[in-house]
Design a binder for this molecule. Structure first.
Ligand code: ADP
Ligand code: ADP
Length: 229
């Protein structure tokens, strides 16, 4: 399962200022949809609405055909894993940070998740692998590295649906490529919504939705959107 539908969704934080002005899209189970668009277009708002942090003013959001208004927030959080824009890590080991929330996971599972998220390059600086300390006295991780730790955590939790809000901070092209590869791997057999700031990070999404000023301005594959210019 895991099909998500937004049907003509309208929303405003402040009634005088509509943010989403009738947004319709579907993320079929097991497929990945990327939402791109300028800052302020309403991309992050879409992910907050999926968790029912706010009530929509019109339309409908469903998961597997069920209106999310009929689902508890706790069960939405079980079904949907979130990799937020700014990941805050604990001042503890990377292993601890990956395992957070799934303490029963085996070392092999933690390592597999870390591999999929492609964080071996910096965790292997420590001889004990994942015992590297994060934090003031330990490793200083970049935004992209922190986000990959969060991706590993989300993979380990293995929710049917994953929402990933790509870091806003300018990523260098190497980091961007690594995140893109990590995304491709995790999105492969999962329903995934990737919120991205550039088309270049979402080359392999099954569909890309371009959001502009609260409306879907364009949609298509990466190739189709490039061809349209
Ligand atoms: P994006 O993710 O595309 O950059 P957002 O969804 O974060 O856009 O924000 C869309 C618009 O909603 C912006 O104009 C932003 O200022 C406004 N906004 C976001 N969060 C809130 C909030 N909690 N209260 C009021 N306005 C908000
Ligand atoms: P628990 O289920 O152990 O009580 P939480 O309720 O804190 O843990 O989080 C459950 C899930 O909801 C996690 O996958 C977490 O990433 C997600 N989540 C928690 N807070 C937020 C938030 N503010 N925005 C998006 N996702 C969140």
């Amino acid at each position: 399962g895991g099909t998500i539908r937004f049907e003509d969704v309208t929303f405003a934080y402040d009634p005088a200022r509509p943010i989403l002005k009738g947004v319709t899209f579907e993320v079929p189970a097991g497929k990945s949809v990327a939402i791109v668009g300028p800052s302020g277009a309403g991309k992050s708002t879409i992910s907050r609405l999926l968790f029912r942090f706010y009530d929509i003013s019109g339309g409908r959001i469903t998961v597997d055909g069920q209106d999310i208004r009929e689902v508890t927030q706790a069960s939405l959080r079980r079904a949907i894993g979130m990799v937020p824009q700014d990941t805050v890590l604990f001042n503890d080991t990377i292993r601890y940070n990956i395992r957070y929330g799934r303490w029963e996971a085996s070392d092999a599972e933690v390592e597999e998740a870390a591999g999929l998220a492609q964080i071996h390059d910096f965790i292997q600086r420590s001889p004990a692998g994942y015992e590297t300390e994060v934090g003031e006295r330990g490793l200083k991780l970049s935004g992209g590295e922190k986000q990959r730790v969060a991706i590993a955590r989300a993979i380990l939790k293995s929710p049917p649906i994953l929402v990933l809000d790509e870091a806003t901070s300018a990523l260098d092209s190497h980091t961007e490529r690594e995140i893109q590869e990590a995304l491709d791997r995790i999105a492969r057999d999962r329903t995934a919504i990737v919120i991205a700031h550039r088309l270049s990070t979402v080359v392999n999404a099954d569909e890309i939705i371009v959001l502009d000023d609260g409306r879907v301005a364009e949609r298509g594959t990466h190739g189709e959107l490039l061809a349209k210019g």
